[in-house]
Design a protein around this ligand. Sequence first.
Ligand SMILES: *Cc1c(COP(=O)(O)O)cnc(C)c1O
Length: 372
Amino acid sequence: MKTTIPFNNLKINDQQVQAEIEQAVLKVVRSGSYILGEELSLFEEVFADYLGVKYCVGVGNGLDALKISLRVLGVGCGDEVIVPANTYIATVLAVSEVGAVPVLVEPSLKDGLIDVSKIEAKISHKTKAIIPVHLYGTPCDMDPIVALSKKHNVYIVEDNAQAVGAVYKGEKTGSIGHVNAQSFYPTKNLGALGDGGAITTNDPDLARKARLYRNYGSEMKYHNEVLGYNSRLDDIQAAVLRVKLSYLDEWNQQRRILQKQYYEGLSMVKHITLFDQKDINEIQDAPHLLVARVKNREALITYLSDKGIATGIHYPVSPYEQRGYSGFFKDEIYPCADILSKEVVSLPLFIGLTTDQVNHVIATVKSAYHIL
Ligand SMILES: *Cc1c(COP(=O)(O)O)cnc(C)c1O
């Protein structure tokens, strides 16, 4: 059957601001300044303000934001970095690419995020940093992570790729760690019209180093202080992002309303397990994905697909099971992460999805369980 409800539709979202975006792009096209220009500085300024940090450094993508964050902290060969076992591969790759060893920590089945109670056992004298990932747009419990960071003298690098706009106890995610990474990949809550990323920090020295690393290691042309990368957020993307940033809170609010509707509609369905909702006063999600756990996932996905409803899986193969990592995590077991990778399914959640459509998805999921 034809897809009636897609998993995502960026076009609807972008059409809402199309005229403004086109104007912003045209301005850059006519400016003659495309890399490390004024639009980039303007975006960096408003984005830092938005998150409540002193510095923002625009980079090429989220993976590079993570990599450069680790590099500016001096993380490299011989070091260990703690990452959740349930995350997108980029978090783990960033650690490997700077030459350090990713040390995985199980997720909690309550929220799918790093199980904070299992971090300390994995800290060794080689541990340099912890990367909490605010997966699906839900903030990790940062207080105990900050306490561990102080107690063991390890850095925090937030992977805020999926949660731009989320709030943890009055602070935006991406402003809590020592140096933090965001992604502006088009499907992210704040998405560019191509690749993009940013590093945020309150530390002037780390910000300066991040500026070096993103631009070949050089502050002054042809003088390279460190062996850097070519990873700059270009001015066209920065201009687009500055337009979209002014709508982000409104869009995240729309996502919260859709999320609430799903929770109200599905929480009584006994075949479906939803992640716990956080105390709304203290923690505010920036819902990125609507993830449910089900035992008979393939049957549900097929049923929905037959009815024209598209779904996703985030993620079907955990980083430690990837072929690219074969032999690396060989004797390690992650039973909770295994449960998630077998049971999670993501339902449509995007700007432009209507209340009626969500009701239709809920009704169709319910009808599936009379049959499956
Ligand atoms: C998207 C994503 C990244 C990487 O971002 P890119 O811009 O695609 O490089 C990193 N971590 C998480 C959790 C992500 O979802």
